[in-house]
Design a protein around this ligand. Structure first.
Ligand SMILES: [Fe+2]
Length: 275
């Protein structure tokens, strides 16, 4: 394994790690991911970090995936935390060795770089908007608080203009993640809000045997292209039943991305390719 060249990179640069070694099995790959994520623990103020989910997408035996996946955060971001819930910090992706002809592109959008493209309200105003949006558009039960997985909805909540997206509270049939018919429609939404996704998006075509680990709180992520049944193995590292107080700490990271500053500048950021 090569060294990790974090050199002159600074905190606001992307935090993802592509390990190009030819891992023979998912267990080998995820063992490497766990070692790697574990090595980041000293920089994480909230412990313990543990496996909170393990999925194959799309499930084996089912249909292929849609031809794109909207930008999102795994397990959602706590925008109005009121009850304990699971929060994902790192996502690991692996494609089985020998699974040929992979064409889907993983899209990583670094929040700090994207959100710096325009001005935002101050921190307290952003929190008030997140809470208000949750009441009209988010959680079906306000007592549970509001956690949001869709990046577009986080932006829909933060802006001053009236919301553009359908309320999942008033439209009970709405399926989360289907806000946009295609990539073009998603792009139009972000452009309307002064955000140029293409200018900062990092595209990765993960190949069989490779492992990708990224910070689920530093990037919105999605997909371009289809995945075949059983193609992508995902493991999520984070916090089980995180308290509302600790979720506020997670929300502070998001708020600091809007405000153009980091709450954990000691964490070196990197885009490291480990052969
Ligand atoms: Fe995801």
């Amino acid at each position: 394994m090569g060294g990790m060249d974090e050199g002159s990179l600074t905190w606001d640069e992307p935090r993802f790690w592509l390990m190009e070694r030819d891992f023979g099995t998912g267990e080998e790959a995820f063992a490497a991911a766990e070692n790697f994520v574990g090595s980041r623990l000293s920089a994480d103020p909230i412990e313990p970090l543990t496996v909170i989910g393990d999925y194959v997408i799309p499930p084996s035996g089912g249909p292929a995936s849609r031809d794109f996946q909207t930008l999102h955060f795994d397990f959602g971001l706590p925008l109005d935390p009121r009850t304990s819930q699971d929060v994902a910090h790192y996502t690991a992706l692996y494609i089985a060795h020998g699974d040929l002809n992979v064409t889907a592109v993983t899209r990583l959008v670094p929040l700090v770089a994207l959100l710096a493209q325009r001005d935002w309200p101050e921190r307290a105003e952003l929190i008030a908007r997140f809470v208000a949006y949750g009441r009209t558009h988010g959680a079906r039960d306000d007592r549970m608080g509001y956690s949001e997985g869709s990046f577009a909805r986080v932006i829909d909540a933060a802006v001053t203009s009236p919301p553009l997206l359908v309320s999942v509270k008033t439209d009970r049939e709405f399926l989360c993640g289907t806000e946009f018919a295609d990539l073009g429609a998603e792009d139009v939404f972000f452009q309307r809000h002064g955000l140029d996704i293409a200018a900062v998006e990092i595209d990765i075509v993960l190949q069989p045997g490779q492992l990708l680990v990224f910070d689920n709180l530093a990037f919105a992520h999605g997909r371009r292209g289809r995945r075949r049944p059983g193609e992508l193995h995902q493991r999520f590292y984070g916090h089980l039943r995180l308290s509302p107080a600790d979720q506020q700490g997670v929300r502070e990271r998001l708020l600091s991305a809007f405000c153009g500053s980091s709450t954990d500048p000691s964490t070196p950021a990197s885009s490291v390719s480990i052969p």
